[in-house]
Design a protein around this ligand. Structure first.
Ligand SMILES: Nc1ncnc2c1ncn2[C@@H]1O[C@H](COP(=O)(O)OP(=O)(O)OP(=O)(O)O)[C@@H](O)[C@H]1O
Ligand SMILES: O=P(O)(O)OC[C@@]1(O)O[C@H](CO)[C@@H](O)[C@@H]1O
Length: 309
């Protein structure tokens, strides 16, 4: 079974207004809240795609209760370690552009972390763990590495969607999939990208460092999948972006949902991009119907890594 791990979940509070006046009183036209955090978004999209998963992580206080309650109401199984402080609230401000204010998250005690590790220890080779998002500031940057070592011992495949050192440190353990966006990839290699093609050699470096499959998203400019056999460049559908919060997580969920059905990397990538765009074109996460409606607009070009196209 797929398990998602959100060490730093959030209540996402989405505020819509024409413009924001810094230093002034702003009245909101529309506001919504969602249970958020990257792993939780993956579980919610998987559920909409009829794939069962269990959401793990740390949750505390009234915000933690809200998240667990929302997930359970959606029939998503949860097994969170209860922590003393409140789960964070992240503010997403949607004007003509999108501004995100992500909080730090609660303190995690040594006991909390031990309890979480015991839950990861109970996974087997029939399970897959998705480790996604930032970690609370009281945990060290080796946290994901420590957890994927447990996965390796138990034969549990894993997927990582994280930034910087958190991501770099898990590569030698051979993640099945990683999904940096082009900014995160650029930060890793101290460079910038303007097109999908430019990303390929850097994706190949991540494959050499251990990743089995690398998806790099470039928002409206497309996406790339690189493995040790080939690279695929994808177009993205045209549409109006309503909120891109969770678009990357929807790509991970879409990829896993499709791969579980057909074991075909190229088709799973196409479904992944359609899912990402379906979320970008929605306020909140995509539905299966919306993702499938966009599928025919996602064209995939295979790029052989041995030279020919
Ligand atoms: N302007 C757009 N037009 C079409 N699709 C888009 C657009 N912006 C984002 N998407 C879809 O969302 C996917 C993920 O976008 P992006 O590269 O912003 O990922 P991310 O930064 O990981 O997302 P997140 O906001 O979840 O952190 C893209 O691959 C694409 O499918
Ligand atoms: O602070 P992190 O953990 O990097 O990201 C958290 C977050 O921005 O990611 C999700 C969208 O991908 C949101 O639901 C959530 O607020």
């Amino acid at each position: 079974m797929i398990h998602t791990l959100t060490l730093n979940p959030s209540v996402d509070y989405i505020l819509e207004l024409d413009e924001i006046i810094v230093g002034g009183l702003n009245r909101i036209q529309h506001d919504t809240k969602f249970p958020g955090g990257k792993g939780i978004n993956v579980s919610r999209v998987l559920n909409r795609m009829d794939v069962k998963s269990k959401a793990l992580g740390f949750a505390g206080g009234f915000t933690g209760e809200y998240i667990v309650d929302c997930l359970n109401k959606e029939n998503i199984q949860t097994d969170f370690v209860q922590v003393a402080d409140d789960t964070r609230i992240n503010v997403k401000i949607k004007t003509k552009t999108e501004t995100e204010i992500n909080a730090k998250g609660p303190a995690i005690s040594g006991r909390n972390f031990e309890d979480l590790k015991n839950k990861i220890r109970s996974l087997s080779e029939d399970d897959l763990l998705v480790l996604a998002g930032s970690i609370p500031s009281t945990l060290p940057e080796s946290t994901y590495e420590e957890l994927v070592r447990i996965c390796l011992e138990n034969g549990t495949a894993f997927v990582v969607d994280a930034e910087g050192e958190l991501l770099k440190k898990v590569l030698p353990y051979k993640p099945f999939l990683i999904k940096p966006n082009h900014h995160e990839l650029g930060d890793l290699f101290k460079t910038e990208f303007t097109s999908a093609k430019e990303v390929i050699p850097y994706g190949q470096k991540l494959v050499e460092m251990g990743a089995q499959n690398v998806i790099v998203s470039l928002a409206g400019k497309g996406a790339v999948l690189i493995s040790d056999e080939a690279a695929y460049i994808s177009s993205v559908p045209n549409g109006e972006v309503k909120s891109s919060v969770g678009a990357g997580d929807s790509m991970v969920a879409g990829f896993l949902a499709a791969y579980e059905k057909n074991k075909n990397i190229e088709k799973a990538f196409q479904y992944s991009v359609a899912s990402g765009s379906a979320t970008a074109f929605s306020l909140g996460l995509c539905t299966k119907e919306k993702a499938e409606e966009l599928l025919s607009q996602v064209s995939i070009e295979k790029v052989s890594l041995k030279g020919e196209i």
